[in-house]
Design a protein around this ligand. Structure first.
Ligand SMILES: C[S@@+](CC[C@H](N)C(=O)[O-])C[C@H]1O[C@@H](n2cnc3c(N)ncnc32)[C@H](O)[C@@H]1O
Length: 216
């Protein structure tokens, strides 16, 4: 199973690696139900921070009219995405690209939607700034930037579990942490987006859809 990543591994009593039921597999169904509504009917969806590629392969199979462009900063992740994509046999997944959300130029164009799940809280704030700026450079009027993850709102955590998660993230890395959706929205508006939709998701997560403003 070449696509396994360290964060999805655990040792069994026989000391062989086994796969944990990862968060990506729990949340992919609820995320898909939002994506089905908000993504364009055709075109290319760029995923930033694809991780092990679990989401992109699953979404690509279920939304075959779209072309899926996975990416990640991390070389091991890209190798996992490539392996998982090859194993799927799907023709609508492009080879993973090396994209650091913070980069001034992502080296890509011709994208009709940008998707990013579970990166914002587990990366320094400049990754969020870069994500929004980069999506703003790529997307035309009405095209969506979709983000998913845990967020506070108005400076308040939505649940004690999110507050505890925030503390654990900051203990692991002081530059990580659950971000406030109001701050993200302000950033997005400064890059030409309007907040289109907030969807409450299982486990106190949110799906948030921003759309580029301007003439269609
Ligand atoms: C928790 S994983 C999320 C994976 C997947 N999107 C999901 O929802 O399961 C976080 C990912 O963010 C990536 N990442 C962190 N900082 C990044 C950056 N500046 N640019 C792009 N990817 C980044 C990491 O390499 C990692 O794959």
């Amino acid at each position: 199973m070449r696509w396994l990543l360290p964060w999805t591994m655990a040792s069994t009593s026989t000391n062989r690696p086994s796969r944990l039921a990862s968060a990506a597999e729990r949340n992919r169904g609820p995320i898909l139900s939002v994506l089905e509504r908000v993504l364009p009917k055709q075109g290319t969806v760029l995923e930033i921070a694809s991780g092990a590629g679990q989401h992109v392969v699953w979404f690509a199979e279920r939304l075959p009219q779209l072309t899926w462009q996975p990416s990640d900063l991390d070389a091991d992740c890209r190798a996992n995405i490539a392996g998982r994509s090859a194993d799927s046999g799907l023709a609508n997944i492009l080879p993973p690209r090396e994209i650091d959300a913070r980069a001034q130029d992502w080296g890509i164009d011709g994208v009709q939607a940008v998707l990013c799940s579970n990166m914002i809280h587990i990366a320094p704030w400049p990754a969020t700034q870069g994500l929004i700026a980069g999506a703003g450079r790529l997307l035309a009027a009405r095209q969506p930037l979709f983000i998913y993850g845990p967020f506070s709102r108005g400076g308040k955590h939505s649940a004690p579990s999110n507050e505890a998660f925030d503390e654990s993230l900051r203990a692991r890395n002081p530059d990580w942490g659950v971000r406030d959706l109001d701050e993200i929205t302000a950033l997005a508006e400064a890059s030409g987006f309007a907040l289109d939709e907030i969807v409450e998701m299982p486990a106190n997560n949110l799906s948030v859809v921003f759309r580029m403003t301007g003439e269609g």
